[in-house]
Design a protein around this ligand. Structure first.
Ligand code: AMP
Length: 551
């Protein structure tokens, strides 16, 4: 017997029409080069409708790729909606990637048109002639004064000359592509993750659940995480669905810029990688952030010291979540659970820096990589975490690499995503990421978690940032090298660093060497770039350390 309910597509037009109909009065604020621009959802919706017509006028094919090269802004949000609601595919280009990667990605995705913020023209224009399929460049004026190329189309003029599309947007097939985002976390060329309308809508819905991110109509949401990083973790769509007010920080991502926006607009929910919150930490005292209720943080492990510093300074602990571009990205959230109530403060702080339980509809398993054995959830057995669910990728776009049913070794025979993250899971299903497979330090036959060492290092009051990499070692295969950034005006010696670590980690984990550096290099999305550090310290000569010290 079949169910007798309406078979309505789970598609983004619902989000658009809901926002337009119910939340027209809600504000959308963008910080631009020349100041703040305030608009409303009603005004935004008219522009989305104009943009829909404009895409037709530009001759963008039915499922053409509409690329964006933009900061977090309201016009970017217009593209977020107009492209998928008209059946096209939004393709957010990561403005911080290397030029050759950007060219590769635009060609691989076959981008038809690129919408570029004017302030980003100097980065984009040198690449334009190599992007073979791009027919139009539309420039969004964000107040910067860079000269426009002759054939550029002005975004505002384009909208002004386009009549608003009338009626309802329709996307009948919920499995149609809505957006794509390339993941550069894997080896080789970046891989295209293609989100469907269904996956995006379901992912947005789950972020509205209380144990998800709990987004509501009363929230003021400011995604600091870029809109080119896994759709700003789904927040723009989720905020529209919930009816939240939104604030977009534009190009001003400095700690001061971010903090003053949070204060001025009494933002309640914000999100960014740990680097953002680390950078803002020393300035927190100067701002009234009493509006904040959730500071979502993921993308890499949240150091315990950071989580605790926010809890004690603001009274709001960081809300830790884990995921990947391939998982849309939210897969686990560390919302406080009933079982945490019985814990003492210390254990609660530990619980907060776990990556948390899988959200509804996401399934996880921990697998021993060589045997494929599924490991128990005893919080001791560590293995690769694999994920399945309706917003988890099943394949990469036009994947030409590797084996496996979907063309890539990143998917298992039975269709699960291999995340490349090593984790343990406790009996309540709460995940603790030990490391990326490739970042674990292989010492003798044992593994050292670079993440745990970094956590311990960053707990030192004079340490701003610290990253640990494995350096080849004749006898032990690899040994840890700690790269440490010391607070300005302070100093530390390797011996002091080691003395600090001694009570916190097993003795054989103690780094063989400590290098003091000015800054930990960052990836295009603001995470520690271990690859750059490994290149920098290639051929590093470790000092002879008494092996007894590692027993
Ligand atoms: P990306 O696709 O760029 O978002 O990168 C995804 C990867 O970031 C994951 O596979 C993890 O290695 C890492 N990651 C994301 N969130 C976390 C987290 N909360 N803790 C530790 N690592 C994380």
């Amino acid at each position: 017997m079949r169910g007798l309910m309406q078979d309505r597509p789970l598609a983004l037009p619902h989000v658009f029409h809901r926002a337009e109909q119910l939340f027209g009065h809600k504000p959308i604020v963008t910080a631009t080069v020349t100041g703040e621009v305030a608009t409303t959802v009603a005004e935004w919706a008219v522009r989305v409708r104009r943009l829909a017509t404009a895409l037709d006028t530009l001759g963008v094919p039915a499922d053409g790729r509409v690329a964006t090269f933009c900061w977090n802004t309201a016009p970017h949000l217009e593209l977020y909606m107009a492209a998928p609601c008209t059946g096209r595919v939004l393709h957010t280009l990561n403005i911080r990637l290397f030029p050759e990667q950007l060219v590769y990605i635009a060609n691989h995705a076959e981008d038809d048109v690129v919408f570029v913020d004017r302030s980003l023209l100097p980065v984009f224009l040198p690449l334009r002639s190599q992007m073979r399929t791009v027919r139009h460049v539309v420039v969004i004026d964000d107040g910067a004064d860079h000269p426009l190329p002759d054939d550029a189309i002005d975004y505002d003029e384009l909208l002004a000359s386009s009549d608003p599309f009338e009626g309802r947007f329709e996307v009948d097939d919920e499995n149609q592509a809505a957006a794509m985002c390339y993941s550069s976390g894997t080896t080789g060329n970046p891989k295209g993750v293609v989100y469907s309308h269904r996956s995006t809508l379901l992912h947005s819905l789950i972020t509205l659940t209380v144990d998800g991110l709990g987004l509501s109509e009363r929230d003021v949401v400011m995604p600091v995480v870029p809109m080119f990083h896994a759709n700003a973790w789904g927040l723009p769509y989720a905020a529209l669905l919930a009816g939240s007010s939104t604030v977009f920080p534009g190009p001003n991502m400095t700690p001061k810029g971010v903090l003053s926006l949070l204060e001025r607009h009494r933002v309640t929910v914000t999100a960014g990688v740990p680097t953002i919150w680390l950078g803002a930490l020393p300035l927190l005292g100067g701002y009234d952030l009493s509006g904040l209720t959730r500071i979502l943080c993921g993308g890499s492990a949240v150091p315990r010291s950071l989580s605790e510093a926010y809890r004690t300074t603001l009274g709001v602990p960081i809300l830790h979540a884990w995921g990947m571009t391939e998982t849309s990205p939210v897969a686990t959230v560390a919302s406080p659970r009933t079982q945490d109530d019985a814990l003492d403060d210390d254990a609660r702080a530990d619980a907060r820096v776990r990556q948390g339980q899988p959200t509804p509809l996401v399934e996880l398993r921990v697998v021993e990589p060589s045997s494929g054995e599924v490991l128990p959830w005893d919080d001791k057995s560590s293995g690769e975490i694999q994920a399945a669910g309706p917003w988890v990728a099943a394949a990469y776009y036009r994947d030409e690499s590797g084996a496996g049913p979907s063309g890539s070794s990143q998917f298992t025979e039975d269709g699960w995503l291999r995340t490349g993250d090593v984790a343990t899971v406790d009996r309540y299903g709460s995940v603790r990421i030990v490391d990326r497979t490739k970042d674990l330090v292989k010492s003798g036959g044992e593994w050292i978690s670079s993440v745990e060492l970094e956590n311990a290092l960053m707990a030192h009051p004079k340490v701003v940032e610290a990253a640990v990499i494995g350096v080849p070692h004749e006898r032990w295969v690899e040994r840890p090298l700690a790269c440490v950034v010391v607070e300005p005006g302070e100093s530390l010696t390797p011996e002091e660093v080691r003395a600090h670590l001694e009570p916190l980690v097993p003795r054989w984990w103690l780094p063989d060497a400590v290098e003091f550096i000015d800054e930990v290099p960052k990836t295009s999305v603001g995470k520690f770039s271990k690859r750059t550090l490994r290149d920098k310290f290639a051929g590093y000569e470790l000092p002879e350390v008494d092996p007894a010290g590692r027993a």
